[in-house]
Ligand binder design. Structure first.
Ligand SMILES: Nc1ncnc2c1ncn2[C@@H]1O[C@H](COP(=O)(O)OP(=O)(O)OP(=O)(O)O)[C@@H](O)[C@H]1O
Length: 605
């Protein structure tokens, strides 16, 4: 246990040592110097009082007074310097730890961790602890060292005056240490326990204050309902915190009473000893200061150890996230993927479920997409179409079976290499609060500034005219989130708000920016578009897809009828396969759905 504690403490120190080495050294030096000040002040005070009462010579008296003044000045100025340095160190460490944390998160290969609530909780606590915890450990360790120095100095003083008193004051500190450590452990546990409650409170707050839910909150009059839930979560968290605070307070009162009793007994003894002429008035002063100094120092040591333990406990979340490593196996010696795709992309008897507790989503799927072929995947809601896409992009690994890319199992390849070969529009596409240019350019970072390529992609997605006509063209921000009136030179009126269908076209443009991808995945690329726009987009995509390997998912069967092969997924298995005409002739599920949609359109006219 102590070994682990030492290792953890050393690790916490390594962050400020790396982020701001000079600042850390200065901080340590100033703290050490500051720790000697109280003892020096006590001794100068004794010398001045004894000099005054015993009629010492004026020269040495002046010297003591001067010493007292300088020590007082140092004691007053040092905390300001150390406080400044602590904040500086915290800022610098914050940059380093944020970098480490998000680098680690970026290295997660798939999506599983982002759906694991206990991991998300750990991530939240890791973020919270990232910048402050290492500095609190450093401050705690130095505070302990400072208090140890002060206590040692005063203990020697006390020992010289009354050894029994020194022992009594020292041992009265033991219960303090034990209870402080127990309190720190309880506090860390409490933070972990109330994590989900605080997350829910935050969630309700977001619903009330964010734009996403604003319409429904007003339409269904949900404000009071969500507010009540939010406050109830807050009250639950508060009562857990209050229980710990109450326990701490009662313990502190008990400890305070014990310290006061010991201090009072010491004072009575010192005064009676002085009355009998065994102590000088200076001795009494230094004795009182020493008892108070030892008690304060011991409380400081106990508090410092407890604080360190609490911070180390919190920092453990940071450490476990940054050392978690990828959650899907990473090939040590990744096999290169090639663009020839002679063997196509293939799912071999793929079984998949999101976790052991979930039902099977895919149940033995065999599917081959040949190079240059357009395969359309259709099926009812929840049939597993997007899940299949997730496996192709290796956001998850099949529970059983395999996915191969040109004959190479994607688990043996580098996930980055795989994804660079794919361009995709997902059903749940992103709308970034950035400029139009960035929104498209993010599809291929190397072309972020290539306006020509960006405009060409926008043209293919049928949104170029709209974007070019914006107040600042492609540089126009597609959000009003980041404007602060009076502070931003671009003014709040410059951001624009796009419609749902326009955002979808933008997402499509982002996917189309990639030059010559090996596989194009379009998962409901036109669900938000009007009928005319949909026809136009599909015509454009059809031209763009020609000769490319692609997988198209759509509920609008009219949009997929031109695919080389249509695959029907139902309940996690492939039930039908063939081109449009074959499936219509087969009079199965596809033919039924197609007839249903066609009659729906027919009925309108
Ligand atoms: N991240 C997830 N964790 C757990 N279950 C999931 C997850 N994503 C999807 N599912 C479940 O897997 C099943 C298949 O979902 P999927 O999104 O693949 O269907 P889909 O065919 O794309 O449906 P839709 O046509 O509605 O888009 C559903 O029952 C869904 O509840």
């Amino acid at each position: 246990m102590p070994k682990r504690l030492i290792r953890q403490t050393a690790d916490a120190f390594s962050y400020p040592a790396e982020a701001a080495p000079a600042g850390l050294v200065l901080y340590v030096v100033l703290t050490v110097v500051g720790s000697a000040a109280p003892v020096v002040i006590a001794w100068f005070t004794k010398a001045v009082i004894d000099g005054l009462t015993e009629g010492g010579d004026a020269g040495s008296l002046l010297g003591y007074a001067l010493g007292l003044g300088v020590a007082g000045l140092v004691a007053a100025a040092l905390p300001l310097g150390t406080e400044y340095l602590a904040v500086h160190l915290e800022r610098e460490v914050g940059v380093l730890t944020q970098d480490r944390l998000f680098t680690a998160v970026g290295e997660f290969v798939g999506l599983g961790r982002f759906e694991d609530p206990s991991f998300l909780e750990r991530l939240r606590l890791a973020q919270q602890a990232a910048s402050g915890a290492p500095i609190r450990v450093v401050t705690g360790v130095l505070a302990i060292a400072r208090h140890v120095t002060t206590v040692a100095g005063f203990l020697v003083t006390l020992f010289l005056i009354n050894p029994w008193m020194a022992a009594l004051v020292l041992f009265s500190g033991v219960p303090m240490l034990v209870s402080e450590l127990a309190m720190a452990r309880r506090r860390v546990r409490m933070y972990w326990d109330i994590g989900p409650t605080e997350r829910r409170e935050f969630f309700y707050g977001q619903l009330l204050a964010g734009v996403e839910a604003a319409k429904e909150v007003r339409l269904f009059d949900l404000g009071a309902f969500f507010r009540a839930r939010m406050l109830s979560e807050r009250r639950t968290a508060n009562s857990a915190k209050r229980a710990v605070d109450l326990r701490e307070m009662s313990l502190q009162i008990g400890l305070g009473l014990m310290a006061a009793t010991v201090g009072g007994a010491g004072l009575i003894w010192a005064i009676s000893a002085a009355a009998r002429g065994r102590l000088t008035p200076g001795d009494v002063t230094v004795f009182v200061a020493a008892v108070a100094g030892v008690q304060t120092g011991l409380a400081g040591i106990a508090g410092g150890i407890a604080g360190c333990q609490e911070s180390l406990g919190m920092f453990d979340h940071f450490r476990s996230v940054t050392t978690a490593g990828p959650e899907l196996p990473v090939a040590k010696d990744p096999r290169p993927l090639d663009s020839l795709l002679t063997e196509g992309i293939e799912l071999h008897d793929v079984w998949f479920r999101y976790s052991d507790e979930h039902d099977w989503v895919l149940k033995g799927v065999n599917l081959r997409i040949a190079k240059g072929e357009t395969v359309a995947l259709v099926g009812l809601n929840g049939a597993g179409k997007s899940t299949l896409v997730n496996l192709l992009c290796r956001f998850y690994d099949p529970t059983k079976g395999s996915v191969t890319w040109g004959g190479v199992d994607v688990r043996d390849a580098d996930a980055g290499d795989l994804r660079r070969r794919i361009c995709a529009v997902f059903q749940d596409y992103m709308s970034y609060d950035l400029s139009a240019q960035d929104n498209i350019g993010l599809g291929d970072l190397g072309r972020l500034d290539d306006l020509e390529a960006i405009a060409a992609a926008a043209e293919r997605a049928g949104i170029h005219g709209k974007l070019a006509g914006l107040p600042r063209g492609y540089r126009t921000l597609l959000t009003r989130m980041f404007f602060m009136e009076g502070r931003d030179d671009e003014g709040p009126d410059q951001g624009v708000v796009l419609s749902g269908g326009q955002w979808q076209r933008l997402a499509l443009a982002r996917a189309l920016l990639r030059d010559d991808p090996d596989l194009m995945i379009l998962d409901e690329p036109s669900s938000g578009l009007d009928a005319e726009a949909e026809a136009e987009i599909h015509a454009s995509l059809g031209r763009h897809r020609a000769g490319r390997t692609s997988l198209l998912i759509s509920h609008r069967l009219g949009a997929v009828r031109g695919a080389d092969r249509i695959v029907v997924l139902s309940g996690g298995v492939i039930t039908e396969e063939g081109d449009h005409q074959t499936l219509i002739d087969g009079a199965g599920e596809y033919a039924r759905l197609f007839a249903l949609q066609a009659s729906g359109y027919g009925a309108e006219h």
